[in-house]
Design a protein around this ligand. Structure first.
Ligand SMILES: [Zn+2]
Ligand SMILES: [Zn+2]
Length: 389
C-alpha cells in the first residue's frame, strides 16, 4: 500500500491531535503540555528510545529500521512553540489563552512528525536510523542552538537533517524544494543616539537627538541601495524609534532606534555591519550627536539547503504528490533550523498551506488537509533515502 494511503487512514486522528495542540499553545521553553503529549505518544508507538527534557522542553526519539547496515542516521525535525499573539480566527478550537497562538503552524509541524513516527515505528521499512526531533523555542528562543549545544548530533549520530514548514500561498499539499539558500539570516540591532536635551522653544541650546535619529533612519537605507552588490539580497529595516520624553516641548536627551537585518551571504553581512556603523556615527555627528550601534545576540544564520539533500527531498516530494515540486524564490523570514543545517547537511522544504492568512497573522490557521501529505513526506524520506536492501 502506498505510504500516503496509509496516512489517509489516520487523517482524522491527525486532525484531532493538531486541533488539540492548537487549543493549547505554549510559548518558547514553556512547551510542557505539548512535550508531555508528544513523548507519551512516541512511547505508545513503540519508538526504541524517547528522551525528554533535551534542550529544556525538547523531545527526541529514535526509531531503528528493519535493517541498519547502511549505518546512516537521518534527523527529522519539527518545532512545537506558539507565538505571543491573540488569536482572531473565531474557530471552535481556537486558542483558549489570550496572547498565545499557534500562528506559525508549529501545531501542524509537530502533528505531521508524530504521524510519521507512528507509521515508521510500525513499518520500519528502511535501512538505518531515524531520529525524531521535537524542538522547543523556534520563535526567537534559540531552541535549535540549545539542542545542538546539548550534543544532538553527537549523542544520536545524526548524518543529515530534514525539516518542513507550511507556507501560505503555495497550493495546499504541494512541495517547494530549493537547492542553496531558502530563508534569510536575521539579526536585531539597536542604535542609541545621545545629544543634549532641552526646551523645545530653544533648540540652539540643545543637541537635537530626534533630528539626528531621523537622519540615521534616512541614511541607513543607503547601505543596501549603495553598498550591497545589487545582485545580492539584504534588508535593513528600522522598526522602532523611542525617545526618553513624552511631551510636546522637550527635545529628548536620548533616542533609541531598533531594527532588523536580513541577508543570505556572510560577505554581505560584513559589508552591512561596517557601513551601518559608519553611517550611524557620521549621520549623528552631522548634528553634533553621538550614535552607538549594538548588534544583539541570538542572530540566526541563513537556511541553506545542501544540493544532494535537496535532491533526496525532491524525490520524496514527487513520490508523495506525483508532481514536480513548485518553483519559488528564497524568502526573507528566518528559521533556526538553519543552525542544524550548519552542523550537518540537509534540506528544509515548504509544504503549501493553500490560500490561508499569512504566518504570524491573528487570522492564520494551519490547513488540516495537508497533515497526511506532510507526514507521508517524512515517512517517504526514510524509505527512499535509506531503502531496504
Ligand atoms: Zn514563525
Ligand atoms: Zn515557524
Amino acid at each position: 500500500m502506498p505510504v500516503q494511503n496509509r496516512f489517509a487512514e489516520f487523517a482524522d486522528e491527525l486532525t484531532e491531535w493538531r486541533r488539540d495542540f492548537h487549543t493549547h499553545p505554549e510559548l518558547r521553553f514553556e512547551e510542557h503540555r505539548t512535550a508531555a503529549l508528544v513523548a507519551e505518544r512516541l512511547e505508545a508507538f513503540g519508538c526504541d528510545e524517547v528522551v525528554t527534557g533535551f534542550g529544556k522542553t525538547g523531545v527526541v526519539a529514535v526509531i531503528k529500521g528493519r535493517e541498519t547496515g547502511s549505518g546512516r542516521t537521518l534527523g527529522f525535525r519539527a518545532d512545537m512553540d506558539a507565538l505571543p499573539i491573540t488569536e482572531a480566527t473565531g474557530l471552535a478550537y481556537a486558542s483558549e489563552t489570550a496572547g498565545k497562538m499557534h500562528a506559525c503552524g508549529h501545531d501542524g509541524h509537530t502533528t505531521m512528525l508524530l504521524g510519521a513516527a507512528k507509521y515508521l515505528a510500525e513499518t520500519r521499512n528502511f535501512d538505518g536510523t531515524i531520529v525524531l526531533i521535537f524542538q522547543p523555542a523556534e520563535e526567537g528562543g534559540g531552541g535549535a542552538n540549545l539542542m545542538l549545544k546539548e550534543g544532538l548530533v553527537e549523542r544520536f549520530g545524526i548524518d543529515e537533517f530534514y525539516g518542513m514548514h507550511n507556507w501560505p500561498g503555495i497550493e495546499a499539499g504541494q512541495f517547494a524544494v530549493l537547492e542553496g539558500p531558502l530563508m534569510s539570516a536575521a539579526a536585531s540591532f539597536t542604535i542609541t543616539v545621545k545629544g543634549k536635551g532641552g526646551h523645545g522653544a530653544m533648540p540652539h541650546m540643545s543637541v537635537d537627538t530626534a533630528l539626528a535619529a531621523s537622519n540615521i533612519v534616512m541614511a541607513m537605507q543607503s547601505v543596501v541601495a549603495r553598498n550591497v552588490n545589487p545582485l545580492k539580497s539584504a534588508v535593513i529595516s528600522i522598526c522602532g524609534m523611542r525617545s526618553d520624553t513624552d511631551t510636546f516641548n522637550v527635545i529628548p536627551d536620548t533616542v533609541v532606534l531598533k531594527g532588523t537585518l536580513r541577508y543570505f551571504d556572510k560577505e554581505v553581512r560584513k559589508v552591512i555591519g561596517e557601513r551601518m556603523k559608519a553611517v550611524a556615527t557620521h549621520a549623528a555627528a552631522a548634528y553634533g550627536a553621538e550614535a552607538v550601534l549594538r548588534h544583539h545576540s541570538g542572530a540566526v544564520g541563513p537556511t541553506v539547503n545542501d544540493a544532494q539533500a535537496a535532491g533526496h527531498a525532491a524525490v520524496a516530494a514527487r513520490a508523495v504528490t506525483g508532481q514536480e515540486p513548485v518553483e519559488i524564490d528564497p524568502v526573507m523570514p528566518a528559521e533556526d533550523f538553519s543552525e542544524m543545517l550548519e552542523a550537518k547537511p540537509g534540506c528544509y522544504v515548504f509544504i503549501g498551506n493553500g490560500p490561508s492568512a499569512d504566518l504570524h497573522n491573528p487570522h492564520y490557521n494551519f490547513n488540516d488537509e495537508i497533515l497526511p501529505v506532510g507526514a507521508s513526506w517524512f515517512a517517504t524520506m526514510a524509505e527512499t533515502r535509506m531503502p531496504l536492501g
